[in-house]
Each structure stands twice: as C-alpha cells, then as structure tokens.
Design a binder for this molecule. Structure first.
Ligand SMILES: C[S@@+](CC[C@H](N)C(=O)[O-])C[C@H]1O[C@@H](n2cnc3c(N)ncnc32)[C@H](O)[C@@H]1O
Length: 201
C-alpha cells in the first residue's frame, strides 16, 4: 500500500469512525447502510458471510441477528467473534462447501464482500472479482432458503451486466446500491438479490 493511500485513509471519515467505535473495518458501515436501506437481515436469521476478514461485516451481522447463526469464510484467519463460526478456506474449493454444511445447511441471507488481491491491471482485477461474485452466487443454490436474500460486492466493468442477468434468473428483485461508506472513486458497487427462487431460472 502506497504512502498516498495511507495518508488518504487517515483522513477518511469512515476509517476514523470505525477506529472510534472499535470496529474491525470501515467496511462494517457498508453492510449497516445496505441493511438500513433494504432491511435484508433481521433478528433470528442465519447468515453466511463470504470474504469476511478482518470481520467488520461479521460483527455487524451478529448484532443484527441476535441469537441467529452466523458463519464467516475467508482465506485469511479472523480473530474469533463470540458465537460466530469461522471457516479458514477458499470459497472456490469444494471442501469449503462441506465445512459450511457441517455448521449449517440453509441460510436466510448470504453476504459476499470478496475481493481478489488487486494487481493494478483493471481488466484482470475486474475479471477476478466477478469470478468471486459468481462463485458466491453459485453458493446461493447450495445454501439459500427460498425467499432468502443475497448481497454481493461487484467491481463494475464489462462483465457486470452479464452478472446482473444471472442474478435476475434466481431472484425476484435485483437492486443496485453504492452505500455512502463505499469510496466514491472505487468502482465497487453492491448488488442485492431479494426473494431467492430458482423458478426464475
Ligand atoms: C474487502 S475484504 C472483506 C472485508 C470484510 N467484509 C469486513 O468487513 O471486514 C475482502 C476479503 O475477501 C477475501 N477473499 C478473496 N478471495 C477469497 C476466496 N477465494 N475465498 C475466501 N475469501 C476470499 C480476502 O481474503 C479478503 O479478506
């Protein structure tokens, strides 16, 4: 990470707010804002969070679901969060699916904030990120209950529309949102799928 990036981060409103509120990442505000706007996660829900490290979303999601089950998956280790189940694994790996099933077989909501290691080559980064978004979408077919909700980060680019079309095949409603906590100059955007139903496919 460059010096300019580190300096900008220090001045960033949500970075400072996350530090002050003892949150693990500024990203936590994105899921909070998305949930305030769309009411996707509620008390008692079971939630599968993909690409969870360092755990900002996980903590926010646990607060929203109360006694509900929360499972987080990441390639990177995550410092434990009380009553949150953590899987150190790759979402593209079949073994990860088996591990998720050991904790829970169906979820009300799936969230995915997965990002690849960015190379700086825009086309490559976009393609890699869309791949992670598609893997996350595929996991809906394994784990999401009928009527369930999905929130996924996508980098905008040439494959974006194709991805949205795939979402429309299995969700009654597909909505696009850029929460205030998402940096303006970042191409990331969040796509929300409401009411999962494979009959749309
Ligand atoms: C932006 S961070 C997530 C931040 C998180 N939502 C939070 O609030 O703390 C993106 C994460 O995606 C994870 N990731 C990327 N590829 C993955 C894969 N194939 N399987 C699991 N996690 C992956 C990265 O390790 C990284 O921790």
């Amino acid at each position: 990470m460059g010096k300019r990036w580190l300096n900008e981060r220090k001045k960033d409103f949500y970075y400072k707010k996350a530090k002050k509120e003892n949150l693990r990442s500024r990203a936590a505000f994105k899921i909070i804002q998305l949930n305030n706007k769309f009411q996707l996660i509620k008390q008692g829900d079971s939630v599968l969070d993909l690409g969870s490290a360092p755990g900002g979303w996980l903590k926010a999601i646990k607060d929203l679901v109360g006694e509900g089950i929360v499972v987080g998956v990441d390639l990177q280790p995550i410092t434990p969060i009380p009553q949150v189940k953590l899987i150190l694994g790759d979402i593209t790996d079949e073994n990860t699916i088996t591990e998720i099933k050991e904790y829970n077989t169906s979820f009300n909501v799936i969230t995915s904030d997965c990002s690849p290691n960015v190379s700086g080559n825009w086309e490559i980064d976009h393609a890699r990120q869309i791949y992670l978004a598609e893997i996350s979408l595929g996991l809906c077919n394994h784990f999401l209950i009928r009527g369930g909700n999905f929130i996924v980060k996508v980098f905008q680019g040439e494959f974006f529309k194709e991805f949205i079309d795939k979402m429309k095949k299995i969700f009654e409603k597909v909505l696009i949102s850029k929460p205030d906590a998402s940096r303006k100059r970042s191409s990331e955007i969040y796509v929300v799928g409401r009411y999962y139903d494979p009959k749309y496919s």
